[in-house]
Write a protein that binds this ligand. Structure first.
Ligand SMILES: [Zn+2]
Length: 200
């Protein structure tokens, strides 16, 4: 893989070797990229935001962080941030159950995208992995989480650079969320857009 385009609202999976660096970008800006990672020789070991932010002591990914697996093993280093820190460790990836609850049962979802993308590489996705949500601006105030339309958004060309700490299967979903609830909006009001992945 040199370059991989994740179509708007869809997902793609890819292999990286230990030491590989890769860039994930939002060419049009303001598009959440749900990032998943799995240990290549044991797909059941997956990246866990919750195990990561305990030692980093931040609910937002920051350069210098090492993202851990649910077995607390280093998986990915966060090397460079070209998106002004607008990333999230908190929100669970959207899934078909969430959209059924919203009354749109046939809506695409990040978990659906992940399962499709992993399947294309011959992998069965473990049950309910969590994602690091790049280009997603959440704010925590007094214990409450906000993601409102009135907030800084990631500019076109916003990016992150990551480095694999082990051989990995990674996946990225261009989050297809396009609903707007009171005080809550994730992506551009014009709908989801593509995400670009480049091996450096
Ligand atoms: Zn999503």
């Amino acid at each position: 893989m040199e370059k991989l385009e994740v179509p708007a609202g869809y997902g793609r999976a890819f292999n990286v070797a230990k030491g590989d660096r890769f860039r994930i970008s939002t060419p049009k800006g303001q598009q959440s990229a749900d990032f998943f990672a799995f240990r290549a020789d044991d797909i059941n070991e997956c990246l866990s935001p919750h195990h990561t932010w305990m030692p980093t002591r931040s609910l937002h990914p920051r350069v210098g962080d090492t993202f851990l697996s649910h077995r607390r093993q280093p998986m990915v280093n966060f090397v460079e941030d070209g998106a002004d820190g607008l990333h999230d460790f908190i929100i669970a990836p959207c899934d078909s159950i969430r959209y059924e609850q919203f009354g749109v049962p046939d809506h695409r979802s990040c978990i659906g995208n992940l399962i499709e993308a992993m399947g294309e590489l011959g992998h069965i996705t473990p049950e309910r992995p969590l994602a690091v949500n790049f280009f997603t601006n959440t704010k925590v105030e007094d214990g409450f989480v906000f993601n409102t339309p009135k907030r800084p958004v990631v500019a076109p060309g916003g990016y992150v650079v990551l480095e694999a700490c082990m051989d990995l299967v990674c996946a990225v979903s261009s989050c297809p969320y396009d609903l707007v609830g009171p005080g809550w909006a994730i992506n551009s009001p014009d709908g989801p857009t593509e995400i670009l992945i480049e091996l450096l």
